[in-house]
Write a new protein. Sequence first.
Length: 109
Amino acid sequence: MVMTKSNFACLLLLLFFCSACSDDPSRSVQHSKNIYPDQQSEGFKQFAKQCSSCHRPPMPNIHTAQQWMSTVNRMLRHREKRALPKMTDIEKQQVLAYLQNHAQQDVQP
Ligand code: HEC
């Protein structure tokens, strides 16, 4: 298909609106005042890439480090069910490290 000028403008407009309504974490109802920590890190980039296909990436502080382990493993199974490419071990470690570094602190017994 040939990209005409108006086609292209339309696409830009569409992209603009899409990003305005879905990618802005500040619009999240549950965490309206929160923004993701450490957004410059490789871990964050990997997390944003791996955890946004099916739902908004969660705030790391909704779970403890230990809970993230099982949650991420469950997400790997969701990926399989949807026939999404597997995360490599390195990608999984990066995502998990990011989540665990910023996880909710364990409650002392
Ligand atoms: C293939 C689709 C898919 C991807 C990719 C995905 N998720 Fe999920 N996620 C789901 C589904 C479906 C649910 C609801 C069912 C459930 O909780 O298992 C969910 C629910 C959740 C929940 C809420 C339930 C809970 O335990 O708090 C969290 C948090 C979560 N995902 C985190 C993640 C993280 C972190 C990643 C990246 C590693 C990720 N998800 C990637 C499909 C996905």
